[in-house]
Write a protein that binds this ligand. Structure first.
Ligand code: UDX
Length: 402
């Protein structure tokens, strides 16, 4: 079993750490935020993720899972180090690699034994090479360091399930021995493993996410056409999805994709396409179509009130970017609230998990009974049984529509 350090305790880092400890490794998760580390040490997850707290507590009690702010000690004690820091979107659309570079430097300055560095963060093609060169430049020992790419495919709200029962594990290595060590690390998960060179592994992640985003934008544009031509997009999705070459997954129409990955990763791969003169016109257009989807929905609301929202009370069901998460990043709800309020509307919103926005009310009854119209923005399962008068409902997720 390995001694593993994980840099970054966001979604990816935390879940990876918990899962690797669950399969028997000793894992130390590092974060600079002392308050966050204290919460984690108590076995509390700072993110809403079904099943995560239980596994954290179990592995903390078993003395396999640790949390610390002490970089030095954790990095020195490990033979495998995962980098799982954020790669936010910069102004140009490219991924901002500041935290990745910082992690690489930290590793170089603190390791004392031969180490495999695994890059889990979603990074542009070529970043693993960059990490390797930063480490080599700053290394203060003559220890051997290999850098391996291991992109993450977990979905928020299904993170534990996706990690234990995912479709595949991708490992990108230039050195076979290092690649095989990481392969062995994940062996207990018993999942198909794709071993490639580092650049291909990095590309798999972006290409897969962009493809799924394209699929969503495609069904959304088909949904708009269906609406205009009196066809039922849900039946169309079912009929398309049964063709196993297409598949039913990610053919749910609605307000478009949000969250911390698709919007950022589509922008990042589109940027690479422009940079390397291999334009990704399909992805570029999927991004535009995704944004248009929110605008079209807003326009429907405006049309209903003849363009005048002043003083109108608009109920909103669901705030998170998708069900089973409290994440509001790139959520259509945020855009809609801003646009509606800008035009003088009063928004009352209910979400089963997100409770901190000023628009939030205690109970969904308040949203349904005390508003002029109701927008269904996130398809939380518990909304399925709600009775909302058809003339009042704007179903942004085709969720209550038959
Ligand atoms: C995604 C990828 O699925 C995952 O592999 C990657 O590691 C991170 O990004 P996540 O952002 O957690 O995961 O959510 P996901 O369930 O994939 O949904 C992304 C967005 O697409 C959500 O806004 C969701 O509402 C939307 N979506 C998804 C649709 O609009 N229609 C669909 O059919 C599926």
């Amino acid at each position: 079993m390995s001694n593993i350090a994980i840099i970054g305790t966001g979604y990816v880092g935390l879940v990876t750490g918990v899962v690797l400890s669950e399969i028997g490794n000793t894992v130390t998760c590092i974060d600079i935020d002392e308050n966050k580390v204290r919460i984690l040490q108590r076995g509390q997850s700072p993110i809403y993720e079904p099943g995560l707290d239980e596994l954290m507590v179990k592995n903390i009690d078993a003395k396999r899972l640790f949390f610390t702010t002490n970089h030095k000690e954790a990095l020195a004690n490990s033979n495998i180090i995962f980098i799982a820091v954020g790669t936010p979107q910069s102004e140009s659309g490219a991924a901002d690699l500041t935290y990745i570079k910082q992690a690489a430097k930290d590793i170089a300055l603190n390791i004392v034994k031969d180490t495999i560095v695994v890059v889990k963060s979603t990074v542009p093609v070529g970043t693993n090479d960059l990490v390797e060169s930063i480490i080599k430049e700053h290394l203060i020992t003559n220890r051997k360091v290999d850098v391996v790419s291991n992109p993450e495919f977990l979905r928020e709200g299904h993170a534990i399930q996706d990690t234990f029962y995912g479709d595949r594990i991708v490992i990108g290595a230039e050195n076979n021995e290092a690649g095989n060590t990481i392969k062995k690390l994940f062996k207990p998960l018993n999942l198909p493993i794709v071993q490639t060179n580092r650049r291909s592994a990095e590309m798999i992640k972006y290409a897969a996410n962009a493809f799924l985003a394209v699929k969503i934008s495609y069904i959304n544009e088909i949904a708009n056409l269906c609406e205009a031509m009196d066809a039922n997009v849900l039946d169309v999705a079912e009929g398309m999805g049964l063709d196993h070459r297409i598949g039913r997954a990610f053919l749910n129409p609605g307000l478009g994709y949000g969250g911390s990955c698709f919007p950022k990763d589509t922008e990042a791969i589109a940027y690479l396409g422009r940079e390397y003169c291999a334009p990704l016109t399909i992805v570029e257009n999927a991004i535009k179509a995704n944004f248009r989807q929110r605008e079209i929905f807003l326009q429907k609301v405006l049309n209903y009130f003849d363009g005048n929202l002043e003083g109108k009370i608009i109920g909103m069901l669901g705030l998170s970017f998708k069900p089973n998460t409290d994440d509001l990043r790139e959520a259509p709800s945020v855009y809609l609230i801003e646009e509606l309020e800008k035009r003088g509307a009063i928004v009352k919103a209910y979400d089963p998990v997100v409770k901190h926005l000023p628009q939030c009310v205690e109970h969904f009854d308040e949203v349904i009974n005390n508003s002029n119209i109701v927008l269904l923005v996130t398809e939380w399962e518990e909304f399925k049984s709600l009775e909302i008068p058809a003339n009042k409902l704007f179903d942004g997720r085709y969720f209550l529509k038959k």
